[in-house]
Design a protein around this ligand. Structure first.
Ligand code: FMN
Length: 264
């Protein structure tokens, strides 16, 4: 699949096949994609603990339980706990030196000296601020997004889950106290059709993006939209007419009848 089609087919898949394990190799592909994502200063603060339902201990599985979306966690053959390790910032000077050596930064004869005497000292003065929530989370999000697109390219479905008990999960998995749990991501082979009811609603393009000044909508060219549609990036908007019947079928097939509306 081309990137445009992968983007078009990506949607949160809440119903996965509990009986079909996910190959560790496919999860590795997701992690490899996350690792290649961009990060300020090449710091690379994104980390993950991947829990496989078929091999993890019951204690570890129980520790992932969340009051919201708990049924999704119970169904999924794999749950990735993505977290951020702020200690990566402590090694930032070395990451910058590596970037320079790789030819990714600066130019001219004085670049090494300027890095040591100017750029690194600037970062040193704001190191603690750089460890706080902010830019690092953005970078981790980029990594998770790349992993997510890789999953869909491999025929998997995923759902990102925010969790109110990140601290408990961190402790349970033995993740160091200084780290911040970002979110869980369920991964499995979809039990729903790939459309999963259709492409989910989005705010109008012009309300989101400006050109040159705030409030001047970025012009949306129809021919670009047509091209992206032809390439599979825009697909039929939700809800497809048979979605409620599909949800009813999934609820029964996956024995979720006692889960009420499935919202929690
Ligand atoms: C960081 C993050 C956290 C999310 N948390 C939840 C969640 O707790 N429960 C849930 O059902 N969906 C969750 N979602 C999925 C969104 O609700 C979903 O992206 C949204 O419905 C748009 O649908 P789409 O992803 O299919 O395009 C989360 C998504 C992201 C990116």
């Amino acid at each position: 699949m081309e990137l445009r089609e992968v983007i078009g087919r990506r949607r949160s898949i809440r119903f996965v096949r509990p009986y079909r394990a996910v190959e560790p190799e496919k999860i590795q592909c997701m992690l490899e994609a996350a690792r290649l994502a961009s990060h300020w200063g090449n710091v690379q603060s994104l980390r993950a603990v991947v829990v496989f339902r078929e091999s993890a201990s019951q204690e570890v599985l129980d520790g992932l339980y969340a009051p919201i979306a708990g049924w999704q966690i119970r169904l999924a053959p794999v749950v990735i706990t993505w977290y951020l390790d702020p200690r990566a910032v402590d090694e930032q000077s070395d990451r910058l030196r590596e970037l320079l050596d790789a030819g990714a930064l600066g130019f001219g004869d004085t670049k090494k000296e300027d890095l040591e005497t100017q750029l690194i000292p600037i970062f040193d003065t704001i190191r603690d601020t750089l460890k706080e929530p902010g830019l690092g989370e953005v970078d981790c999000g980029q990594g998770i997004a790349q992993a997510t697109l890789m999953a869909y390219e491999l025929g998997l479905g995923t759902c990102c889950l925010g969790t109110p008990n990140g601290e408990q999960i961190r402790e349970h998995l033995g993740i160091p106290e200084t780290c911040r749990v970002l979110m869980l991501q369920t991964v499995g082979y979809p039990a729903e059709s790939w459309e999963a009811g259709g492409q989910r609603p989005r705010r109008p393009f012009g309300d989101l993006f400006s050109m040159n000044t705030y409030g001047t909508p970025f012009p949306r060219a129809d021919d670009v939209v047509e091209e992206l549609t032809a390439d599979g990036m825009f697909t039929t908007p939700a809800p497809l007419p048979w979605r409620e019947a599909e949800l009813d079928y999934l609820r029964r097939a996956l024995q979720l009848e006692d889960r009420g509306s499935g919202l929690l």
